[in-house]
Design a protein around this ligand. Sequence first.
Ligand code: BGN
Length: 365
Amino acid sequence: ERFTADGNTLNLVPLCKGPTLPCRLHMVCFLVVLFYSKDGTFFVFTMPYRMANGNNTYSQLIKELVPLETKTQNASLGETRMPPNTSKTLGPCPDTPPNLLGPLHVEFNSNRTLDYVRKEVGSILQEGGRYKPPDCIAQQKVAIIVAFRNRHEHLKHWLYYLHPILVRQQLDYRVYIINQDGEGVFNRAKLMNTGYVEALKEYDYECFVFSDIDLVPMNDRNLYRCFDNPRHLAVAMDKFNFHLPYNGYFGGVSSLSKDQYLKINGFPNSFWGWGGEDDDIYNRILNRGMSISRPDSVTGKYRMIKHERDLHNEPNPNNPGKLSQTRWTMDKDGINSLKYSVKDIVRDRLYTFITVDIEAPSITW
Ligand code: BGN
């Protein structure tokens, strides 16, 4: 036997066979429920969709039902009817980012172009090489500062690898490429100081990662953030056979919180040319009673992009002698004595590129 309600056919054969008493009772009950269900809920079972506003798709039904309930509750509490609050309150990102991959394959042979890198990783970034996790509040606001001159070939590889790593690490970060203007002697540490000041002009960064342009981490568990002590990240570079070249090595990639950086008066401005500025930073850190934090030598593996020595960045024979003086020089040579001028700022999708005049001498040794 069949019973029809609202155009839909319900097959009640197992329940109702013939004009027996149980069958009649069933039908009477059914009709009573049908007549007295004024709010229409009964029809959820008999009609495919309940029409809230004339359109009857299932997802709309779900969307409509939830706010209707909320409004009813608010009204019954005597509150003003407000549109439902759809903005979520974000919680902090976890201590260990959940999407890390561990060891990574890194190679620089492919002929990738900057345009290709923009297409590959640019879509997740905001203008200026910026990212902020959409689903949680980042543990730290980090400025990534890279000292630069004439290394566009390296820049594209570095960006290609670093952005996805930094995104997976759930950092609220921006990449600053600090480009030394002119042909004077290169000064890595002074460029880093400049990056620190320029970055703080636009955001309340609490952590600064200082990186060479030719170093790419081989493990995304090597976190680009700050720790209880100044952090040395590039502990196992391929060029040093995946070992520290010496215990006090602090070169390549390091991170310091704003407090740690200010405690040591930033980096020296007076190390022109190649060598020694990282050793001076190391001395500053120890002189201020801090120690060095490091990842283990598996997590801290790095590949260095091979290159010829840069022009105007020859080893400076005056630098090694300065290292015995750090204790006395560090208070007057640093962030408190920094002088430079900004020549140009370009905001690309992949980075903020700041060209600075750091009053570089031509070689005098
Ligand atoms: C050291 C350099 C560092 C450099 C490392 C690794 C000096 C100062 C005189 C001892 N130190 O010799 O700046 O990072 O090699 O290349 O040159």
